[in-house]
Design a protein around this ligand. Sequence first.
Ligand code: URA
Length: 237
Amino acid sequence: MRLDKLLANMGFGSRKDVKELVKKRHVTVNNFIAKDSGMKVDPEKDQILVGEEVVIYKPYIYLMMHKPPGVISATDDRYDKTVIDLLSSEFQHYKPFPVGRLDKDTEGLLLLTNDGQLAHQLLSPKKDVVKTYFAIISGIVSDEDVLAFAAGVTLDDGYKTKPAKLKILSASSKSEIEISITEGKFHQVKRMFETIGKKVVYLKRLSMGKLELDESLPLGAYRELNKEELTFCRSIK
Ligand code: URA
């Protein structure tokens, strides 16, 4: 891989900036001053320093975000703020994207990565990754609704959902529930409740498989996945 590409990817500026760093003799490769910013390097083997700083090559990033309401799960948008806009430039230069979508008004766990293969595995319908949500429902959620969701309900477009687990936390005119689904159809949870004549008024994703929202993250905050979380994500093959 080219030295300038590697350093640009690692956040040392544009390729032009990197060229400048090399020209100023700030970059060494295996203890030799780099003379050509286009030289080929092996990021796994070569020791690269910018000034005193050792460059640790990391091709992928994996971030857990506590998505706030009001931002959209996309990489860019003409009108709305996106989840990518919430990231610092340190992370933006990896060009991450959200793994699956949460609606603009939905909060909770959102994984962001630039690892397309991992995202594909997590989203694959064949993998049946369980997504659990907390929701507030306008209307009294009943045991009948639990049975209906377990059997699968037919959405407005005729699609019959796979069995979903509905847990009633409190039943009142504003019921609190937890729902676990293995699919990710457009507005799925909201549309499932529509089939039983009820409305989701608040929705928050708590987990995707074993990956749980770190509740110590305030709304809009994010952090890199820890080793255990990453192992789980990678184990879905
Ligand atoms: N189901 C929905 O209706 N909305 C979401 O954001 C996620 C699941």
